[in-house]
Design a protein around this ligand. Structure first.
Ligand code: GLC
Ligand code: GLC
Length: 818
């Protein structure tokens, strides 16, 4: 069943039924100020940090779902309704929500009155603009009451929910005509306040929730709205809100536009006050005056649209398959930008108070947006590397506001360091900016211990070399990429987190996944050394990598697939010898990408085992058989019911590793089949089962062992976005930036006839047409650049031009073994 449809011409997803199987959300904002907005206008706004600078309240996992938002109420002759359906839930004559790129437009119609709201955050502005259009579509004049509503969060979203003994007494507001200010704690240590403004005189207002709603009413029927009468309340403590009331008259056919602005202002010490206890509103007024007419708002909105046009023009695919095109050209890139902005902080599954920016997550996210915002990617790399330790290890996360690392969600995840080599080398290939390697970057934020970025990469590499276990494989530490494979934890206490508990020494449990990862990024490191004239360094690195390859062949192979790990006791994990968890996806993916034992058919065998044991209708599960009982020596993985999350769920993040692995051995059909299976635009028709948004990836889809296979959870903030984008563009469509040129190396289903791609790289634009006249999956026969044949399939860079590239696939296709 569908709840809407894609509109590719406007790059929107159009929701036509407000009762989606889960709130289907969107993100506003691109730099400092952000909002989440659901298809019923639920969500909240924050400045930079969803925990410490939350502007408005939201109630997660509530009844009903999705509570708290920027709500408009209309009381039209006693009929009360909201254009986004919620919170009133009056049945509308028409409803539509269009989620676009950094904006959402929600429109409702009831009894010949139309209300449409465009929500967006203008570029470089600390405010959410809401352009509300009201139109009388009937034959009779209309006179009705309009109420706006937001509920303030007392800034620290965590404290706001639990420190009630204090917080119910601290709330403070100021009322100034059509602008309602929230200034809790401004008097003392805060130098920021928020406001909600409308560009018209109001009939009245409310700033105290209880006065507005009534203590025992729900937000679906606030007393003031039902009576059509604002209370003009002034909040002192309790729960401050901001609600405007306007009385509006519209002749038949007449429309009226109003601008609401939800803003955030910072004032430095001396500038804080206008007079005793009266806040200095200069900055607020300046902000308001930038957007307070429909014309100004539209100019700002067009600026936002141009911004996205500019970004998305950098990679444009025409494949003839609209589902593929819309993912590659629009939604997958958009999701990558959102993960760049949000990391894992705020979604319908991440409450914005728990996790900061992950070291491993942020490095991986980068490969999905480095082509869009290379400068910001550069800064991100520096920020991440600044939280690294001198021995190459890393804090598992850092806070966006302070950029400081912390171990609140654990440390010693031994895969962490290697992801920095991934992000840095991808950045270099995209930009050619080798200068970044010389940039002085502190260790653990200590400027006195700053070293060139190159030294950080080296530290990453040697962190693995210096932490090998009994078999010569990398020690796993707290866990590797799989947060839930906790081989040193041994927890019996339900009150402790698996990620922060380490009860054993950690000197025995080893990870074959990190081994594969090390071979891939160790080679990258060695190559980088070579390219930058560090030949000796390169040779030594190569030596360590070759050693690891041999070690995996000797101790990491189970006969038909790669082992996953050795546990604390030195026993095999992910082996046919195990009763459950005989095979895991991660080591198959990384060892296949590393091509370990490819010459002996190991890669092919392992990938065949994945097909046979892990693949199912909805994607590739993480492990098989699923764990049915708690295994203390494995940790959190065995706490999940079978088929969910890390216990045999379909982790969409790691499916692309298998796709890429398949392209290594030329199996384009399989790579494509795996891609399509989890790609949201292909799942639109099963939205009822899939549950989460059909325009973005979810972290997890319930696997074959689950109670409800195919049901997704945790949409938006997941490395899935970056990895799927990377797999499809770089390895399936095969357009891969490299240090000296653009590599063309597709691996596609043999039946594909071809496709076109425009790829902007550095200063150059390539118009590439790939044709496949001989029906092969892999192999490039000829590449013509502006009509001239080049040698091989690497187009050397030559800056500042537009090139037309004709690629013909054929002959070199490897003979596939069956
Ligand atoms: C979550 C985490 C990520 C981890 C993955 C597997 O997505 O954000 O860091 O690798 O789970 O456990
Ligand atoms: C849980 C989740 C995992 C996530 C981790 C974050 O273990 O299962 O996906 O990465 O929490 O700490």
């Amino acid at each position: 069943m569908n709840y809407g449809h894609f509109d590719d011409s406007t790059r929107e997803y159009v929701i036509t039924n407000p009762m989606t199987p889960w709130p289907w959300i969107n993100y506003l904002g691109n730099e400092d100020f952000f909002s989440l907005i659901s298809n019923t206008a639920g969500g909240y706004a924050f400045y930079r940090d969803a925990k410490f600078r939350r502007l408005t309240r939201y109630r997660y996992n509530n009844v009903p779902m999705d509570n708290g938002g920027r709500y408009f109420y209309i009381n039209d002759g006693g009929t009360v309704w909201s254009p986004g359906w919620k919170p009133v839930k009056t049945v509308l004559d028409h409803y539509e929500c269009r989620h676009g790129l950094s904006y959402t437009r929600i429109a409702g119609r009831k009894n010949d009155l139309e209300a449409s709201v465009l929500f967006f955050i203008p570029l470089k502005s600390w405010c959410e603009v809401q352009l509300l259009t009201l139109k009388n579509t009937g034959r009779q004049p209309k006179r009705f009451k309009l109420f706006s509503f937001v509920e303030w969060c007392l800034w620290n979203a965590d404290d706001d929910q639990n420190n009630l003994q204090r917080n119910l007494s601290t709330g403070e507001v100021e009322i100034d005509g059509s602008t309602l200010f929230h200034k809790t704690e401004y008097k003392d240590r805060r130098d920021h306040y928020a406001f909600y403004h409308v560009n018209a005189p109001v009939q009245g207002y409310d700033t105290d929730r209880e006065s507005f709603a009534g203590l025992y009413n729900e937000l679906s029927g606030p007393q003031a709205v039902l009576e059509g009468q604002p209370r003009n309340s002034c909040a002192h403590g309790w729960s401050p809100i901001a609600s405007h009331c306007l009385e509006i008259e519209l002749a038949p056919g007449q429309a009226r536009e109003l601008i609401f602005i939800l803003g955030y202002v910072e004032n430095a010490g001396e500038q804080k006050w206008e007079s005793a206890n009266v806040i200095n509103k200069t900055n607020a007024q300046a902000l308001i005056s930038r957007f307070d007419t429909p014309e100004k708002a539209r100019v700002a909105f067009n600026g936002l649209r141009s911004y996205w046009d500019g970004l998305l023009n950098r990679f444009v695919l025409k494949s003839g398959d609209e589902k593929l095109d819309r993912m590659v050209n629009i939604w997958n890139q958009y999701q990558c930008m959102v993960t760049f902005n949000m990391s894992r902080s705020a979604s319908c599954f991440e409450v914005g108070i728990g996790r900061g920016m992950g070291f491993r997550d942020s490095n991986q996210d980068l490969i999905g947006f480095v082509h869009l915002v290379p400068d910001r990617a550069r800064q991100r790399i520096i920020d991440i590397a600044s939280t690294q330790f001198e021995d190459g290890g890393a804090y598992h996360q850092y806070q966006p506001l302070t950029k400081r690392g912390n171990d609140a969600i654990g440390g010693n995840f031994n895969d962490d360091p290697l992801w920095l080599i991934l992000s840095a080398t991808e950045y270099l290939k995209e930009t050619g900016d080798f200068g970044i390697l010389d940039e002085m970057v502190p260790f653990d934020h200590d400027e006195t211990r700053a070293k060139p970025l190159f030294d950080h990469l080296k530290a990453s590499f040697y962190h693995v070399v210096n932490n090998l276990g009994p078999h010569g494989l990398p020690l796993i530490g707290r866990a590797d990429w799989n947060d839930c494979l906790n081989l040193n934890c041994f927890s019996t206490n339900p009150d402790e987190s698996f990620q922060t508990t380490e009860n054993r020494t950690g000197k025995t449990a080893e990870s074959v996944m990190i081994a594969g990862l090390f071979v891939v990024y160790g080679r990258e490191f060695a190559r980088l050394c070579r390219l930058t004239g560090r030949q000796q360094e390169s040779n030594t690195a190569e030596m360590h990598v070759s050693q690891m390859v041999e070690t995996v062949k000797q101790y990491g192979w189970d006969g038909e697939w790669y082992l996953r790990a050795y546990d604390f006791f030195g026993r095999k994990v992910g082996s046919r010898e195990n009763d459950e968890g005989k095979i895991f996806i991660e080591s198959q993916g990384w060892c296949a990408m590393a091509e370990i034992g490819k010459e002996n058919g190991m890669v092919e065998k392992a990938l065949d085992a994945v097909k046979e044991r892990l693949d199912c209708e909805h994607g590739i599960v993480l492990n098989n058989p699923a764990f049915t009982k708690y295994m203390i020596e494995y940790g959190e993985i065995s706490t999940y019911p079978p088929g969910y999350k890390e216990n045999a769920g379909i982790f969409c993040h790691n499916n692309p590793w298998i796709m890429i692995g398949e392209t290594m051995i030329g199996r384009g059909e399989r790579a494509w089949e795996y891609y399509r299976k989890i790609c949201p635009s292909y799942l639109e028709d099963i939205s009822e089962l899939h549950k989460t948004e059909p325009y973005v990836y979810a972290q997890m889809i319930a696997g074959k062992d689950a109670h409800k296979p195919g049901e997704a959870k945790n949409s938006w903030l997941t490395g899935t976005a970056a990895w799927n984008y990377y797999a499809v563009t770089r390895y399936i469509l095969g357009i891969r930036p490299d240090y000296d040129g653009l590599l063309i190396d597709p691996c596609i289903p043999a039946a594909w006839e071809g496709y076109e791609i425009t790829r902007r790289l550095r200063d150059t634009t390539y118009h590439i047409r790939v044709s496949n006249p001989h029906g092969v999956s892999k192999g490039v026969m000829q590449v013509l650049v502006d009509g001239e044949e080049i040698n091989g399939n690497l187009i050397p860079y030559s800056p500042g031009n537009v090139f037309t590239v004709e690629v013909t696939m054929g002959i070199m296709a490897p003979v596939l073994a069956h």
